[in-house]
Design a binder for this molecule. Sequence first.
Ligand code: ZN
Length: 486
Amino acid sequence: MELRLLGGAKEVGRSCLLLSTEKTSILLDCGLKSTKPTEYPLLEDLPPIDAVIWSHAHIDHIGATPLLFARDLVSNNFKGIFATPPTQALASILLPDSYTLALRQWQELGMEELYQHEHMSKTLSSVRTINLHRIFKIGDFEIELYEAGHILGSCLVAVKAHGVRLVYTGNMGAPGRAEHLNPPEPVKDTDVLILESTYGLTLQHPSLKEAKRRLISSITETIKEGGKVLIPSFSVGRGQKVMRMLRKANLGCKVYYDGLLKDATWFYWRFTSYLSDPLIREVCLTRSNPFIDGIEPVNDMRLRKKIARSKEPCVILAPSGMLEGGWSPYYLRELAGDEKNKVILVGHQGEGTVGDKLSKGERKVDLYVPTEKFDWIKEEVEIKCDVDLIEGFSGHGAANDLRLYARSVKPNTIILNHGDPKAIENLGNILKKDPYLSSSLILTPELGDIYDFGLKRAHIEEDALKEVLSRLEALERRIRKLEEGK
Ligand SMILES: [Zn+2]
């Protein structure tokens, strides 16, 4: 079984891995990197692709899939895109949104369109749903999906071929990181673990309780002064986490949610069986959506304008989280001029995005403000309102969580991906120091690197040899010290 890293190597974004045998080739994820301009995986010189497995619906894991159809990269025997039912549902709203943003960017940069509407439709119509813990076969590969605890429907992908079992974590949560999801499942008999490293530099996240306390206190401070609060929110994952915290929070004002957050939250309710056990019990008892108690939807422009322009304090949750699309730029333009108002950033802000600029203290930003006619007006806006940044809502495990997960499966080889170079280096060092992982080989590949797990390639053996030699040297040093101490 050969593994090629087409994206997500020493970077966050454009996750895409090629697994192939002589007969079969599959992709694990095919995402994009939300930079300006957008970056896509290395899709050159690929064998014809027989299937794609999506780990979850975030756009950095699925957003480049239409390119496979636009460039005719799928085989005549293409079996489809395999995903859990919630991932299919969420992709049906997130991919069209991503296509709209791509069209805007291509137009702005004077670029040719990289794919068309038909390729996005083909992508969505090729999705075949598969539930967790159902073994299915694609050519030489035997595949099973496990809970990843990152967002609704997220899964770890276990692939077995030629006697080797490889587990790809996609993105992974951790116990206690999201009360509405079950934690990631340890996958038994894992030989190779491809471990995400997004938070490799953060040993431990602040607790959710602490994040909630800070969020409520920041909101209350503004509401008391008669201001409004905008929380630019990711549609899937962090949005629902914040909604769970704000419902019934007695903030003394109305809380609204808008845009794709409404559709995504409906899917959280529709696919209840993918929620955590306590939440399933809550739903069974209340028969109501456990995310929206006391939170009101914004369904039309009239209400949007009323909320933004009235004197009444309120909290507004609206995508996108980086203020690059959706209705959050509209609310920011309306709220930005009043010092009493506040923007609270609760998520990762991609380099160069509006959210990134605000978090770095810039107070003049270009916004793409959506209009009633479903297009945008580019506007420079001066930010006079307050900006707050609250961490601790992440759906990714921190370094310590990732280490504990690796311990729970004890693989022979750990490949670190989906992390900035420093995060990967730091996580690698943490894993190497863990005595329970002393027999695991830890690899930190570059983009385009290839590993062969059936017949080991020279560079793996070289890495392994270097690793063994350095551990032997460390052992020798310890023995010498002990002898000197006698
Ligand atoms: Zn994700």
